[in-house]
Unconditional design. Structure first.
Length: 525
């Protein structure tokens, strides 16, 4: 549970000991020691301004209704169903109090139907009220109950978190701006200590964490994106090829997609202007390109996320809270974790069947690489789970890592990237049905109302041709259990159009398994 967000004030420190009296003579008698000061009280073990831990959130419900890229956290649900949690992207703040669960959206058309996906529940926008104070991350606490003023400039480019209080490990623009301003003056002094006996040339084995990080860092960039009005934030990306293409998250660059500004800064401090080549909102993947790429770009090698095993070592690289070139380590904690998220703007949802890791991922890490023990990219860091419900980064507290981070598997991201580079548009596999997200069923229930039957299940679509009808409950897809609509979408999107997959559904309590050939949809709706 994160303890960085509560801003609890520390107890008053013990009184300082009295100063011993000065010797009478101007030249002290060195043969006599001065009187010893009064003994100071024993250290009580208080950490300065250590915030209290928020209450543990209730078990997360199915990733339905899209968790979002991070922003302010909506309340954790009181009694969630037993299903995969919903996650959110990026920046977020968490307070101890868990608000009520946001209303579930009405049944929506999924997998290529016109109305899919539905907008996520209303969530506070990033950078909203209160700036970046609240006593978190070393910020001074306010004493009069008035939130600190919101700083001008870059805001948090993040999405809103839904149902399970999950945030995007994504854009940390607002926090990065706050940290830079706080450390640029204003009475905060600094002390530099030089270690004289430190070797100038520290050599590390190429296969060590230090060696792998040193090899990868020159290929990782800090992305700054801003809309025409100047609002934006920072995230991370990495070199995809020698032509200057950079792979990142959609929610990192979305604000700059229509007339905004975009730049990428390498670990050596060199900064380049960039442009958006293509965005896949549903996958939360984007490709940008440096306008004048330097010679000798070194793409990071891509691994095989299908061959990753739970327990494998991981290294996350990014710019958490604007702190570029940050390296953290962990392991693969789980695979195929359904994640539903949104961009915080009330728009559509994104879905992924994610790799879970305990490597520390924070706002600003979004879009950065998750690499394995050989230095190959196995995922794109995208989301984290927060320990509590409450305000987002703009509301008086900032949420950080609690060891639950999520990354888009690189095999899926690579397929999306290739499509974006070639055509500028994503391609999605579909089964052409509408799923009822409000249904309480042990699976994904095909909607029975809200539209004509031929729109709920397209008779000429993959599911219709396989014999599925409104009211059927899909319980398995590709040999994996389905416990909700978002889980089904996440699983479908791990495949390609044209793939044939086994699907099991219930009708009247009787299970039936069929082979279904996936259709396609070009672009985001």
């Amino acid at each position: 549970m994160s303890t960085e967000n509560e801003g609890t004030a520390a107890p008053t420190p013990p009184a300082a000991p009295s100063v011993p009296p000065a010797p009478a003579a101007s030249t002290p008698d060195l043969t006599k020691a001065p009187a010893a000061p009064a003994a100071a009280p024993a250290d009580q073990g208080y950490a300065p301004a250590e915030p209290g831990a928020p209450a543990a959130p209730a078990q997360a419900p199915a990733p339905a209704q899209g968790a979002e890229q991070t922003q302010q956290l909506p309340p954790a649900p009181a009694a969630p169903p037993a299903a995969a949690p919903a996650y959110g992207y990026d920046q977020t703040q968490a307070h101890a109090q868990s608000p009520a669960q946001p209303p579930a959206p009405a049944a929506h058309t999924a997998y290529g139907a016109e109305a899919w996906p539905p907008p996520p529940p209303a969530v506070p926008a990033y950078g909203g009220q209160g700036g970046h104070g609240g006593g978190a991350w070393g910020a001074p606490l306010t004493t009069d109950g008035t939130p600190p003023p919101k700083p001008k400039g870059k805001g948090g480019m993040v999405a809103a978190v839904l149902v399970a209080a999950l945030l995007a490990g994504g854009v940390g623009g607002g926090v990065g701006y706050w940290a830079a301003e706080r450390n640029s003056g204003g009475g905060f002094g600094s002390t530099t200590i030089t270690a004289g006996n430190t070797p100038k040339d520290l050599k590390r084995d190429a296969g060590s964490v230090a060696g792998l990080a040193a090899n990868a860092l020159p290929s990782v960039v800090t992305i700054e994106a801003s809309a025409g009005d100047g609002e934006g934030g920072t995230g991370t990306g990495f070199v995809y090829d020698q032509e200057g293409h950079i792979l990142t998250n959609n929610h990192v660059v979305a604000s700059a997609a229509n007339g905004g500004k975009l730049s990428a800064t390498f670990s050596d401090g060199k900064k380049y202007e960039a442009e958006v080549m293509g965005r896949a909102q549903g996958y939360d993947v984007a490709v940008i390109k440096l306008k004048n790429p330097p010679a000798g770009l070194k793409p990071l090698p891509l691994g095989d996320s299908d061959k990753v095993a739970v327990g494998d070592p991981t290294i996350a690289i990014g710019a958490p809270f604007g702190l570029s070139n940050t390296v953290t380590t962990g392991i693969v904690s789980a695979k195929n974790r359904p994640v539903a998220s949104g961009d915080g703007s009330g728009g559509k949802n994104s879905y992924m069947s994610a790799l879970q890791t305990d490597a520390s991922i924070n706002p600003g890490n979004s879009g950065g690489p998750l690499i394995d023990g050989r230095g190959a990219v196995i995922g794109i860091n995208s989301a984290i789970q927060s320990a509590g419900g409450g305000g987002g980064f703009g509301g008086g507290g900032q949420a950080g890592s609690i060891g639950l981070g999520f990354a888009i598997p690189i095999n899926q991201a690579k397929n999306v990237a290739e499509s974006l580079i070639k055509t500028g548009k994503p391609v999605y596999p579909v089964i052409s049905v509408s799923v009822d997200l409000q249904a309480k069923a042990d699976g994904a229930k095909i909607s029975e109302q809200g539209a004509p039957a031929n729109e709920l299940v397209d008779p000429n679509g993959p599911a219709g041709k396989a014999g599925l009808k409104p009211g059927d409950i899909i319980t398995e897809f590709g040999g994996k259990q389905v416990d909700s609509g978002p889980t089904l979408i996440s699983l479908i999107w791990t495949y390609k159009p044209g793939d044939t997959v086994k699907l099991t559904y219930l009708r009247g309590g009787k299970p039936t398994t069929v082979d279904i050939t996936l259709g396609s949809r070009v672009g985001d709706k």
